[in-house]
Structures are given as C-alpha cells and as structure tokens.
Write a protein that binds this ligand. Structure first.
Ligand SMILES: Nc1ncnc2c1ncn2[C@@H]1O[C@H](COP(=O)(O)OP(=O)(O)OP(=O)(O)O)[C@@H](O)[C@H]1O
Length: 580
C-alpha cells in the first residue's frame, strides 16, 4: 500500500510521504511508551513512594507532551498530503493518460478510470487525512505495550506474544475477503455504470425499434449483478470482521485468567497484576478499532492499486533523441504488419509510398484496414513489424509535436467539444488570426452554418456537437484541418451519400487541401476516387492493386471488378466477396 501511495503521489512528494510516515510511526511508539511510563508511576503510587511517583509522573508528562507534538506533526503532514493529492492527482492522471497508446482505452478501462479519478481520489485523500493514523497507531502502540509487558513480566508477555499471531491471522483473513469481494463489487459497479451510459446513449436506437418502454436486459442484469455482489460482500466480510474483534477480546480475557492464576500461585503480586492489566487494557481498544477500520482501508488500498496501475501503465515510447522531418508531406510504409490482437493481423506485410502533395484514395472492403492505416500514420498504435515513415522519418523517431504538426485528421465520427463553433475550429491552430479562421470556415462551408445559428460564431454546439447535423459536423472538422494547414491530411469521407450542399463544400475543401498538402482519403465518393493521383486497393492486409483509375480499370483486376459491380448497383462502396 505504501508503494502505491508513493506512485500516486509521484516522485516530487516522496520526501513528504517519508516524513509523514516517520512522524506517524514515531507518534504510535511514543503513545505506547507514554502508556508504559504509567506502570512505574502507578506502582510507586500504590507502594506509597511519593517521590518516585512524582518522578515517574514527570516522565509521563514529558512522554505525553512528545506524543502530542508527534500527533500534531503527523496530522498536519497527513492533511498536507491529502491536499497535495487533491491538487495534483487529476493533473498527473491527465498528463499520463495523454501519453498512453490508444489501444489502452477500452470502454471497461475508461469506465474504471472515471470512477478511480472521482471516488478513488476521494479515498486516497481520506487515507492520509483519517484512515492511516488509527490503523498504524492501533498496531504499533499495542506492539510497543506488548514488548514492555514482556520485559516487565515474561509470562503475561508470552500470552500477548502468542495471541498476536492469532489476531494478525484473523485480521489478514478478513482483509483478504474484503479485498476479494470489493474487487468483485467494483467490477459490477463499473459494468452497471457503463450500462447506464449505454442505455442513455442508445435511446434513439431502442425507441426506433420499439424497445423504449420495455426494460433493457443488459442494464437490468448489470444492476442485479451489482446487488448480488454488494450482498455477497456483506455476507463474506461481516462475520470475519466480528471474528477479528472477538479475537482481541478473547486475548484480553486469557491475559486476565493467566494473571489471576499467577496471583493465586503467589508468582506475581496483585499490585503488579492490576498495573499490567490496566496497561494491557489500553491496547484492546486500538486493536478492536483496527479490526473495524481495516475494511475501509482495504477498499482504499484497492482504489489505490487501481490508480497506481493506471500511473504505472507504460506510455507509448518517445525517442530520446528525436529526428527532424526530412521529406515533409511524404508517407511510406515498408513491410508493415499490425493487428489489434495477437495472431490476427489486420495489415500483413503492407508496403506503400505516398509522395508529397498528391492525393491518394484508399479503397477496400469493410474491415480491410483502411482506418487502421491512418491510425498507424498518427502513431495511435505502433506497427508490430516493419516501419511507418512520416515526413521521411520513422514515426518512432519523431517527437510527438513534430508528428502532430505533420498531420491533420478529418474523421466521419468527428467529436466537437461543447464550446462555441469558433473555439471548435480554432483547435486546428490556436494562434491563427481572425482572417485565417474566417477563410478556413469559408472554404469548408461553415460560414453558411454560422448565418443560420441564433448566436452566430458564439453559438455553443452541445456535447459532441449534438446541435449540428452529421454533415455540418464534418464541415467543422474540415475547417479545423484547413486552418491547421498541415503537410498531410488524413480524411475519412462520409460513407452515406452527402447532400449536394455538403458534397460541394467537402469537394471544394479537398481542392484547397490538395493544392498544399498530401491527401490520404478513405474514399467513399466516386469523384474523389476518380480524381486521385493514386488509388490503393486494400485486400488481405496488403495493397492488392495501385494506380490511377483509368489504368486500374484497364488492368481488369479487383478494382475493375468492383467498378463494374458498382455500375450495376447503386453504391460505390467496395464489399467483401462474402457480402457481395
Ligand atoms: N480498436 C480496435 N480493437 C480491436 N479490433 C479493431 C479495432 N479497430 C478495428 N478493429 C478491427 O480491425 C479490422 C480493420 O478495421 P478498420 O476499421 O481498419 O477497417 P476499415 O477498412 O476502415 O473498415 P470500414 O470501411 O468498415 O470502416 C476490423 O476487423 C475491425 O473489427
């Protein structure tokens, strides 16, 4: 747990964590010693030795004073670390997540991450502010007292020494059960949360298929499962927690019994027994509290381990000595093999070259790897084998800034931020002038949208751009790319036929982009394919054919076959044999 606390706090705050832990342990030991100082003080008092009693009371007062100082220090340092967690953890998580390969972001991981970032952060602050102190002092203080009893009377000390492993084993047993069942409950919680979001997001589909008013089975199952996991957690952990408390109480009873037997056998005087029992009674309370609090601490430890596992996730490697771009606008794949899962390659020994300032149309059956190709150019993933070069340099040797400066991306499922239209376009190049922004908007046809909106440029587009149509969102995305003016533009054309206005704007923007950038288009529209300098037909993870439209038609291969099929049918989109 301490290792995870160190990970979550980060390198900069390791010293503060060490200082906090030292004060915490110091406080617990001092508290134990202050209790031990009671023994000679009480004995002197009961023996009528006033001088001795006063001397020991002085020692006791000094120990109590030091305990107070240590308690204050550890509490303040604990609050300090809680504040540091609140102030820095989200930032550290955000910075780290931005370096992770996109393959990490499965919906399950994202669901867990959002829970960790909210309730997990809260738990970690609680560990420092409230949880750790009673648990650490509840173990170390009784241990100090136990050692003192062992020194003062080995027989009673032996009872404590023999009880300790039993109490500890029961404690570990209950902690293990809590940890296991809490993991199970957390998984059920995460699934239920993602099902609720899915239920809300799929309302349109559910209603369109008449399922709006019926229950949504996956959500119901997830909620039932969550209830079961919660009940299981209670059933499994409560008896063990109670057993922990009982074991502590039984140890004390055993101590009393052994003490009484020793007095009856005149092996120990009654005054010593009373004093030692008074001392031993002091550790029953803290130990019982440890048993009670260990459940919460275990849950916090699980939260901590989840946060630490995100922060320990290795980032996409960045080059120690990045190389500068040598051929701006060029893309080259050499023998590239890549798959999302081991053993199922999507690209299999693929090679291609896209010269600067040319337009390349990628076509291929659904699932043939067109989008994957663009993801490797952006280095969302690294190839398993072979090299991907952008601007003449292996993407693994380019700095992230240089790579991002080379490439713009216009996707179909464009996400707009819940901000103004202007802010959404400005993301393309935050430092652009007002004129450049307006010009990019004009080329992409966004100015027409602005005229229709109630607050013009200042209109907010809603979460994900919900208040705009699909075509309008794509125009905003094109405007971003025009404004960014990167040497390479990756564009995923709309699958569905665009309405004439949108088609005109997108073609218009393509012409502008073509004159100054390399265009790699996942092409679904006929005019784009015909106008391309190079058409790449993807099949079986490779480039099956490449060339211009007329040449490929004349070659009479796969492209020509698709073309002819298209002329007979209504859609251009290439389809796999099985679908045809
Ligand atoms: N993040 C992912 N995790 C696992 N598999 C994926 C992922 N993204 C894509 N795939 C799989 O990789 C294969 C290629 O997908 P890709 O999206 O590149 O194809 P595509 O040619 O762009 O298809 P489409 O024309 O339908 O968009 C498909 O089988 C797809 O299911």
């Amino acid at each position: 747990m301490i290792r995870h606390l160190a990970t979550v706090l980060g390198e900069r705050h390791r010293g503060a964590l060490r200082a906090y832990l030292c004060w915490l342990v110091g406080y617990a030991v001092l508290e134990g010693l202050a209790m031990v100082a009671l023994v000679p003080a009480l004995r002197a008092l009961l023996d009528g030795d006033t001088d001795g009693a006063l001397r020991w009371l002085g020692v006791l007062a000094g120990a109590v004073l030091l305990t107070c100082v240590a308690r204050y220090q550890q509490a303040m340092k604990g609050f300090g670390l809680a504040l540091t967690t609140l102030e820095t953890l989200h930032e550290r998580l955000g910075d780290h997540i931005a370096t992770l390969p996109l393959g990490w972001f499965s919906s399950e991981k994202v669901g867990r991450l959002s829970r960790s970032a909210t309730s997990g952060t809260f738990m970690v602050t609680n560990v420092f502010a409230h949880m750790l102190t009673p648990v650490v002092s509840g173990i170390i203080t009784p241990a100090t007292v136990g050692l003192a009893v062992l020194v003062l009377d080995w027989r009673l000390g032996l009872v404590i020494a023999l009880s300790a492993p039993v109490v500890w084993t029961i404690h570990r047993w209950s902690a293990g059960a809590i940890s296991r069942t809490e993991e199970e409950r957390d998984g059920a919680d995460a699934l239920a949360a993602s099902r609720v979001v899915e239920f809300a997001r799929t309302q349109k589909t559910l209603r369109a298929f008449g399922r709006g008013t019926e229950g949504y089975r996956p959500l119901e199952e997830a909620i039932e499962n969550r209830g079961r996991a919660g009940g299981n957690m209670l059933r499994q952990t409560m008896p063990k927690l109670l057993a922990g408390g009982l074991a502590v109480q039984l140890s004390f009873v055993l101590l009393v019994v052994v003490g009484v037997v020793l007095v009856l056998n005149a092996a120990i005087d009654p005054v010593t027994l009373v004093v030692l029992l008074a001392l031993s009674a002091r550790f029953v309370g803290p130990l019982t509290e440890v048993a009670g609090r260990s459940g919460m601490l275990r849950m916090a430890a699980n939260d901590l381990s989840r946060l630490a596992s995100v922060l320990n996730e290795p980032p996409l490697p960045v080059p120690a000595d990045p190389k500068p771009v040598t051929k701006p606008g060029e893309i080259e794949f050499t023998d590239v093999t890549f798959g999302y899962r081991e053993g199922t390659p999507v690209l299999d020994g693929l090679s291609l070259t896209i010269p600067p300032r040319t337009m390349t149309a990628v076509v291929g059956a659904s699932g043939s790897g067109k989008t994957t190709l663009t993801r490797l150019v952006m280095r969302f993933f690294d190839a398993n084998q072979g090299t991907v070069k952008v601007g003449g340099v292996d993407v693994r040797e380019l700095s992230t800034e240089d790579l991002m400066a080379q490439v713009s991306l216009v996707m179909q499922d464009v996400y707009l931020f819940d901000d103004t239209l202007e802010a959404n376009i400005r993301i393309g190049r935050p430092g652009a002038t007002e004129e450049e922004l307006r010009e990019a908007a004009r080329i992409a046809g966004v100015d027409e949208i602005v005229e229709r909106l109630p607050e013009g440029w200042a209109t907010r587009v809603g979460e994900g751009g919900a208040s705009l149509s699909g075509g309008e969102r794509q125009r905003v995305s094109v405007a971003r790319a025009v404004l960014k003016d990167a040497p390479i533009v990756l564009l995923d054309e709309a699958t569905a036929a665009l309405d004439p206005a949108n088609e005109r704007h997108v073609q218009n923007a393509l012409h502008t982009l073509m004159s100054r950038s390399t265009l790699l288009v996942i092409a679904h529209q006929l005019p784009t394919v015909v106008a391309a300098d190079q058409i790449l037909v993807l099949d079986g993870g490779r480039v099956a054919e490449s060339g211009r439209h007329a040449d490929l038609l004349a070659a009479g291969g796969r492209y020509a076959e698709f073309w002819n099929r298209r002329r007979r049918g209504s859609g251009w989109r290439l389809v796999a044999e099985a679908d045809a």
